[in-house]
Design a protein around this ligand. Structure first.
Ligand code: FUC
Length: 692
């Protein structure tokens, strides 16, 4: 009855949220198009090598044809806003090809002023014109000849060619018009300015910019040389999952992907980051807010890439108005809300079916990212700017929660536990329920964040008093008769016991209401829920398995964290290491990188936990530059599974509590100072004396 009522009254219909949005108003994030280089020969080649170097974000390709060694270097420069493709050969006059720009639909190409220009207008989904885009391509050549025509560029007998490509749309993240970027001028200026710079200057600028982020963190689990191609490593891993080098690479690849898809001032990384090759991208390449977009940002703070988190907050700011409208229209509530999907056009209504579309705590979950960024950076200016988003989210949930008539507790509902189905007492299948554990935990966390944010900003008003009281009245996590943490308020039987979502364990990760040391009974119940899920086939999508890494790391279970990391590697990666749902979904990459970081350092419980889940076979290793809440940067070295060296740099000063293998230490830190509480396996004297 509840399901059919929500279907009738709450669900939006026919807009495309289910994954068919490309030609209807919801829209689909889609490919810009393809740059084709046609060398017009089918002569055999040898010594082919192709790599993406994570150290400098440059692709290098080389091969020999007819005795000539050809090379290509490709990178995308954030500072110069161009893609650069350099083609060289070890003999003069050997570079000849045709270059074309295409996309599957809605494009024309023309040549003008030594540029090949591809442009077009997408549909607005209602029969009118939508987003406009432009791509420009130009070439710089040494010797030989270049011709530009509407069909493409033709290069003949050059010694060397550098292609430059710029692209933009008229999109602006600006509700409600979302238009106004001067894309024609921008693409032209980017191309002309880059053309005036030498290749080496472009390359150096790109490297410096990229490495400023990338080099903050290093991870060494092996000194094994890199001689085996990645796709072969991946294949080998399936039968012999012992390749610490691949784990290092997967960790850093996630960081590379985040640096490359979520720069300040751009849109947040979507379900495929930015790397779709389709018009109708799976699930519209949108932002799923019942775990996926959050997972994209799990590694942002811990792996020292806090700036890459910022686009998410711009998106949140842009949905304040439409989200407030939805709160008003659907629930007659204050504040703002969104449901399990959102997009770059401010979509905040429920999804198209009550089985998944009635997730109501996505707004709260996303708002918790504000305090995550603050806990790591202690950036008050950021908090002041984003506090209104947090507050308006809390305002919504205060209006939304109701008193359970039997217990008097505050509960969320009618709602659902993300995408999971239970058997109702009459035997029918349903998702709609009252007080799903997930909502209760996320709202608890939001209220905690709101209280912390108000304290940090010295705000003490009646609304804060209200939130503090409400947080205590929330229905709390419950343990079922079988010892598992309950997903629903009643002990319903689940239809799919190995379901991919583990939403009711939010409080263990990414939340911290459940903690192995502070709430051991709940932690034990969470473990039982996890073990039960795994026994029943859980973790069968890439993102789901990578969430399990994080969950087990929080429980301090190194071996199960590792087993789930191995599961991602052997079952959910494509040959280039892109995560697979399947299809390609980037959350598995980000979730795995975050999971590896959680295995090495945690800081969610007012202390830095060093090597909380180190697997036995990662016996020796070193990680440098991981970030911790409170503004600490941490280097850890271990040998034979034991902590050897620990360095803590304090960005903001203050007390730093440390925990390692059951021992606790306390550091009184000063801003800008680095401390070495453990050296050569010994706890330093001054630290032992300050231990309490
Ligand atoms: C969530 C998941 C699906 C998929 C989709 C994009 O809804 O339940 O498995 O990952 O997002």
């Amino acid at each position: 009855e509840a399901s059919s009522l929500t279907r009738k009254t709450q669900i939006s219909k026919g807009v495309g949220t289910g994954g068919n949005g490309a030609n209807i108003p919801y829209g689909s994030f889609q490919t810009l198009g393809d740059l084709w280089l046609d060398f017009d020969n089918d002569i055999s080649f040898e010594n082919y090598h192709r790599e993406l170097d994570l150290e400098d974000a440059v692709v290098r390709i080389s091969y020999t044809q007819n005795g000539v060694r050809f090379k290509r270097e490709i990178f995308v420069s954030e500072p110069d806003q161009v893609m650069v493709v350099k083609l060289t050969a070890d003999q003069p006059g050997k570079i000849s090809f045709k270059g074309q720009l295409t996309r599957p639909e809605k494009f024309t190409t023309t040549a003008s002023n030594e540029q090949l220009i591809m442009q077009g207008t997408l549909s607005d989904g209602k029969g009118g014109e939508g987003l406009q885009y432009m791509t420009r391509l130009t070439a710089v050549h040494k010797k030989g000849h270049i011709d530009y025509s509407d069909a493409g560029i033709t290069v003949e007998n050059a010694d060397e060619v550098t292609l430059l490509l710029s692209a933009s749309t008229d999109y602006l993240l600006d509700y409600p018009t979302y238009k106004g970027r001067d894309y024609k001028t921008i693409t032209n200026a980017n191309l002309i300015q880059s053309k005036q710079k030498s290749y080496n200057v472009l390359l150096d600028t790109h490297k410096k910019d990229y490495q400023n982020y990338y080099k903050r963190v290093s991870l060494n689990l092996t000194s094994q040389p890199d001689t085996i191609p990645t796709d072969v490593r991946l294949q080998n891993f399936k039968t012999n999952p012992s390749d610490p080098y691949l784990i290092e690479k997967l960790f850093q690849y996630g960081r590379y992907l985040l640096i490359s898809s979520s720069r300040p001032g751009t849109l947040p990384a979507n379900l495929q980051g930015i790397w779709t090759d389709k018009i109708q991208t799976p699930w519209n390449g949108d932002y799923h807010t019942n775990v996926n977009v959050q997972m994209n940002y799990w590694p942002a703070e811990t792996t020292n890439l806090g700036e890459m988190h910022l686009p998410l907050f711009d998106l949140l700011a842009s949905i304040q108005e439409p989200g407030a409208k939805t709160a008003q229209v659907h629930y007659n509530a204050k504040g703002w809300i969104l449901h399990p999907v959102t997009n770059v056009w401010g979509y905040t209504s429920p999804g198209e079916d009550s089985s998944w579309g009635m997730h109501i705590s996505g707004g709260a979950w996303l708002s918790t990212h504000i305090m995550e960024h603050y806990y790591f950076t202690l950036d008050k200016a950021f908090l002041e700017k984003t506090y209104p988003i947090l507050k308006a989210s809390a305002e919504f949930y205060i209006d939304w929660l109701i008193k359970d008539p039997e217990t008097g507790e505050l509960v969320s509902g009618p709602s659902s536990s993300p995408e999971n189905t239970f058997l109702a007492p009459d035997g029918t299948r349903s998702q709609i329920c009252m007080a799903p554990a997930h909502d209760q935990q996320v709202i608890w966390h939001l209220f905690k964040n709101y209280i912390d944010a108000s304290t940090a900003l010295n705000i003490n008003d009646q609304f804060l008093t209200k939130i503090k009281a409400a947080q205590k009245e929330l229905s709390q996590p419950k343990i079922g008769s079988d010892g598992r943490l309950m997903e629903w308020n009643e002990e319903f039987e689940e239809v799919e016991p190995g379901h991919r979502h583990i939403s009711h364990l939010f409080a263990l990760h990414p939340g911290y209401q459940i903690d192995v040391n502070k709430t051991p009974e709940l932690a034990q119940a969470a473990r039982q829920s996890l073990d039960f899920r795994i026994k029943n086939g859980g973790g069968h999508t890439g993102w789901s398995a990578s969430w399990l890494i994080n969950q087990y790391a929080r429980l301090g279970d190194a071996e199960l964290a590792k087993i789930n990391l191995h599961k991602v590697i052997s079952e959910s990666l494509s040959p280039n290491l892109f995560g697979l749902h399947p299809p390609f979904q980037i959350d598995a990459n980000f979730g795995s990188t975050a999971g590896i970081a959680e295995m090495l350092l945690q800081s969610q419980s007012d202390e830095l936990s060093i090597l909380p889940a180190l697997p036995k076979d990662w016996a020796h290793g070193e990680v440098k530059g991981l970030a911790a809440r409170g503004g600490f940067i941490v280097d850890i070295k271990w040998e034979s599974g034991k902590l050897m060296d620990l360095k803590v740099m304090s960005k903001n000063g203050g007390i730093c509590k440390l925990r390692y293998a059951g021992r606790e230490m306390v550091l009184q830190t000063k801003s800008g100072m680095t401390y070495s509480p453990v050296k050569n396996g010994k706890i330093m004297d001054e630290i032992s004396s300050s231990r309490n």
